[in-house]
Ligand binder design. Structure first.
Ligand code: SAM
Length: 672
C-alpha cells in the first residue's frame, strides 16, 4: 500500500471511525507523512495506530491520540499554539496544518535537533523548535491561544496556565506515573479556569521543574488545583510507554528458573490444583526450551497428579505410532515413518524423543497407562489408509466400501488443498457424502467392532473423524481463513473430548499446542475476527477445571522454514518489539521465570498487564522481515493464560534424521 493510501486508511479506521470529527484535524492527519518522523527501520509501521519508539527512549504518539488532542484544542487557523514535548516533531507538523503558528519545546537535545531539521526539510515554515524545560512554557512568545502537553505530569504546571490567554485551552495528561487523565483546561477569566476530563491515557513522564524530577516517580507538592468537571470518556486510548515500571513489577512477582531440569515446580503444581485439563503452549514451533520445560511439567503432572493422557498438535496416525510404542501393548510397525510430513522437526526432534522414552519407561516401571495422541486434521490420506487397514482386519466387506469411498479423494493426494477448490467448482468432485457416510457406518458398528479391541476401534473411529474433518476443512479453506481456523480448532477440541471420554471418568489431560491454540482467543484480536480456539472452547467447557500456560521468548534461534514445504532452517529470532509483552519480560533482566497471572493478591500486576499489548507468535514459518504483520497480534495476557513461562534467550530444537531408523534398538517410532 502506498503512503497516501495507508494514511487515508489509518484516518478512516482509527481516527474518524473512533469519533474525531473536526474536518481540519482529519485533513491534517491525512496529509502529514508519519513515516518521515520515524527511524527508517520503523517506517513500515507508520500507519499502525500505536506509539512507536524514537531515539533517546522516547515515543512518537499514537495517531488517534494526536488527533484527539488536536481536536480538543479547538484551534482556529490563525491561532498560536505551544506544544510541550516535540519528540519526533510529528504532532507539531499536524498542529502546523491546523493552526497559524506552532511553538514546540523539547528537553532532549538530540530530539529537538532532529525534529527541527525534519520540519524544515518537509517545508514547515510556521513551526519553531526550542530546547528547554517545557514545564516552564516558552515565555518569550506567550501568551498562547492553546497549549498542548505531550507528556504526563503530576499536575497542571502553573507556568503553562499563566501563559494562556483568557479563552485559551490547555490539553494535558495529568496523573501519577502509572496512568493519567487527559485534561482540558479553559482559561475563563484572569484567575479562573474550567476543567474537563476527556478520558484515561498513558504517556511518558513530563520531566522538569513543574513536572516530575528526572529520577522520581512521586508527584511534587501541588501548587494550587483547578476545579474538576468531567465530560464523557474517550474509548480505549492506550499509548504504552512505561515499560520500565511494569517490567520491575513483573520481576518482583516472577519465580526465577535457574535450570529447566531442576526448576522448582511446587508452586505451579499448587496453582494447577485439581484442574483436569492443563494446556501447555509455545510461542514458536521450534524452540528447545519450550519442549524441555513442557516435558518437565508433564512429568510432574503425571507423577504427582495422576495425569493420564497427552494430546499434541500432531496428526492422529503419527501420534498413534508413538502411543503404541509407549504403551507397548501393540506393535509399532507401520508402512510409513511417523512425522515425515512437513514440518518434520516439530515432533521428529531430540526433545520429543526424550519425552517419548520417558513415557515408555514410566509406563513400564509404574504400570501406568499414559497415552499419547494427535489432535490435528492434516492426515486425510494416512487416516483414510488406517481406516481401511482396520476394516480389513475386522470387516473385509466394509473395507471394500471404504476403499471405494476414500478412493475418490485420491486425485488430490499430493495437494489436498486443491481438493477444496475442485469440490467447490464441481459438486461431482465433493466427497463430503462419502466420508460422512463412512464415519457414520463405522460408529454404528461400534459395539460389534470394539468387542474385539476398544483401543483399536477408537483409533479407527478417530481416523474416520479426521478424514471427515479434513474434507470439510479443505473445502472451508476456500470460504476464508476464519472458517477453516474455527473448523480446525473445533476438531482439535472435539478430539480432546473424545480422548477424555475414551480414557474414562478419571482421565486427566495434558495438551501441547501453540499459544495461539491454547491461549483463550477471546483475550486476543482473534475474537474480533470471529475466531475461537481450543483454549477458548476448553474454558467454556471446563471452567476452572482447565489451567492454561503460555510461553514466551525474546531472542535466540528457532527451527522454522521461510515458506510452507521449504526446508527447515535454524533462524535468528529478532529481539521483541518495544510495544510487546515480550519486551516487558525482557526488561526484567531475569533470564527465565514462571509468572502466575491470576493471583488476586497481585492485582496490581494483573491491572498493569491487562492493557492490550502485542504478542509474538512464530509458527512453522518465520518471516523476520515482515515480523509485525506476520507474527504479532494484540492480546491481554492475564486473560489469555493462567501462567506465563519466560525464557529470554532460546535455542532451536534438534531435529532427528530419518537415517537412524535401521539402528533403532526398539523400533522407536521417532528413530525409524
Ligand atoms: N509529540 C511527540 C511526537 O509527535 O513525536 C511525542 C511526544 S513524546 C510522547 C513526549 C516528549 O516529551 C518526549 O520527547 C520527551 O522528551 C518530552 N518531554 C518530557 N518532559 C519534557 C519537558 N519538561 N519539556 C520538554 N519536553 C519534555
Amino acid at each position: 500500500m502506498d503512503s497516501l493510501k495507508a494514511r487515508k486508511t489509518m484516518v478512516d479506521r482509527h481516527v474518524r471511525a473512533r469519533g474525531v470529527r473536526d474536518p481540519r484535524v482529519l485533513a491534517a492527519m491525512g496529509t502529514v507523512p508519519r513515516e518521515a518522523f520515524l527511524p527508517p527501520e520503523l517506517a513500515e509501521y507508520a500507519y499502525d495506530d500505536r506509539p512507536l519508539p524514537i531515539s533517546s527512549g522516547q515515543t512518537i504518539s499514537q495517531p488517534y491520540i494526536v488527533a484527539v488532542m488536536a481536536e480538543a484544542l479547538a484551534l482556529r487557523p490563525d491561532e498560536r499554539v505551544l506544544e510541550i514535548g516535540t519528540g519526533s516533531g510529528y504532532a507539531a507538523a499536524v498542529l502546523a496544518q491546523v493552526a497559524g503558528r506552532v511553538y514546540t519545546v523539547e528537553r532532549i537535545e538530540e530530539l529537538a535537533t532532529l525534529a527541527r531539521s525534519r520540519l524544515v526539510a518537509l517545508g514547515y515554515r510556521n513551526v519553531d523548535v526550542h530546547l528547554g524545560d517545557g514545564t516552564l512554557g516558552w515565555r518569550e512568545h506567550a501568551p498562547y491561544d492553546a497549549i498542548v502537553v505531550a507528556a504526563g505530569g503530576p499536575e497542571l504546571p502553573r507556568a503553562l496556565l499563566d501563559q494562556l490567554i483568557v479563552g485559551g485551552r490547555l490539553v494535558m495528561p495529568v496523573g501519577d506515573g502509572r496512568a493519567q487523565e487527559l485534561v482540558r483546561v479553559t482559561r475563563v477569566g484572569s484567575d479562573e479556569y474550567r476543567r474537563d476530563e476527556l478520558g484515561a491515557v498513558q504517556f511518558v513522564p513530563l520531566i522538569g521543574e513543574q513536572g516530575w524530577a528526572d529520577d522520581e516517580a512521586v508527584p511534587r507538592a501541588p501548587r494550587g488545583t483547578i476545579p474538576r468537571r468531567s465530560v464523557g470518556t474517550l474509548v480505549s486510548p492506550s499509548p504504552v510507554t512505561r515499560t520500565g515500571t511494569v517490567a520491575k513489577l513483573i520481576a518482583e512477582c516472577a519465580e526465577p528458573i535457574a535450570r529447566i531440569e531442576d526448576a522448582p515446580l511446587d508452586a505451579l503444581l499448587d496453582r494447577i490444583g485439581d484442574a483436569k485439563v492443563v494446556l501447555l503452549g509455545e510461542a514458536t514451533h521450534g524452540t528447545s526450551e519450550f519442549y524441555r520445560m513442557r516435558t518437565r511439567i508433564t512429568q510432574e503432572l503425571i507423577r504427582r497428579k495422576g495425569f493420564t493422557s497427552i494430546a499434541v498438535e500432531a496428526d492422529w496416525p503419527d501420534a498413534a505410532a508413538v502411543d503404541r510404542y509407549i504403551r507397548g501393548d501393540r506393535p509399532v510397525e507401520r508402512a510409513w515413518v511417523p512425522f515425515t510430513r512437513f514440518p518434520t522437526w516439530m515432533w521428529r526432534n531430540a526433545e520429543t524423543h526424550q519425552l517419548v522414552e520417558w513415557l515408555r519407561a514410566h509406563n513400564r516401571e509404574t504400570g501406568a497407562n499414559v497415552s499419547f495422541s494427535g489432535l490435528d486434521l492434516y492426515s486425510m490420506y494416512t487416516s483414510a489408509f488406517e481406516v481401511v487397514r482396520y476394516l480389513e482386519r475386522v470387516d473385509p466387506l466394509a473395507a471394500r466400501a471404504a476403499r471405494e469411498r476414500y478412493g475418490r479423494l485420491t486425485p488430490w493426494e499430493h495437494d489436498p488443498a486443491a481438493y477444496g477448490r475442485a469440490a467447490l467448482l464441481s459438486r461431482m468432485a465433493s466427497c463430503e457424502h462419502d466420508v460422512v457416510a463412512m464415519l457414520r457406518e463405522l460408529l454404528a458398528k461400534r459395539i460389534q467392532y470394539s468387542a474385539q479391541d476398544g483401543d483399536e476401534f477408537f483409533d479407527a473411529a478417530q481416523n474416520a473423524r479426521v478424514v471427515a474433518g479434513a474434507e470439510q476443512y479443505y473445502r472451508a479453506m476456500y470460504y476464508g481463513s476464519v472458517e477453516s481456523w474455527n473448523l480446525r480448532d473445533q476438531h482439535m477440541f472435539d478430539t480432546l473430548r473424545a480422548i477424555a471420554s475414551h480414557r474414562g471418568a478419571d482421565s486427566k489431560l495434558i495438551v501441547w499446542e501453540h499459544n495461539s491454540h491454547v491461549g483463550d482467543a477471546a483475550a486476543t484480536e482473534m475474537a474480533a475476527r470471529g475466531e475461537h480456539n481450543v483454549g477458548h472452547l476448553c474454558r467454556e467447557a471446563y471452567g476452572d477445571d482447565v489451567f492454561v500456560v503460555g510461553f514466551g521468548t525474546d531472542h535466540g534461534t528457532v527451527a522454522a522454514a521461510h515458506a510452507w514445504d521449504e526446508p527447515m532452517e535454524c533462524m535468528q529470532v529478532r529481539p521483541a518489539r518495544a510495544d510487546s509483552y515480550e519486551r516487558l519480560c525482557h526488561m526484567t533482566n531475569v533470564p527465565a521465570f514462571l509468572l502466575h497471572l491470576r493471583d488476586p493478591v497481585r492485582d496490581t500486576l494483573g491491572d498493569e498487564l491487562s492493557e492490550p499489548r502485542l504478542e509474538r507468535a512464530i509458527g512453522v514459518i518465520y518471516r523476520p522481515d515482515t515480523e509485525l504483520a506476520s507474527h504479532y497480534f494484540q492480546a491481554v495476557l492475564p486473560s489469555q493464560f493462567d501462567e506465563y513461562i519466560w525464557f529470554d534467550e532460546t535455542s532451536a530444537v534438534t531435529p532427528l534424521p530419518h537415517a537412524a531408523q535401521a539402528a533403532a534398538p526398539s523400533r522407536h517410532p521417532l528413530l525409524r
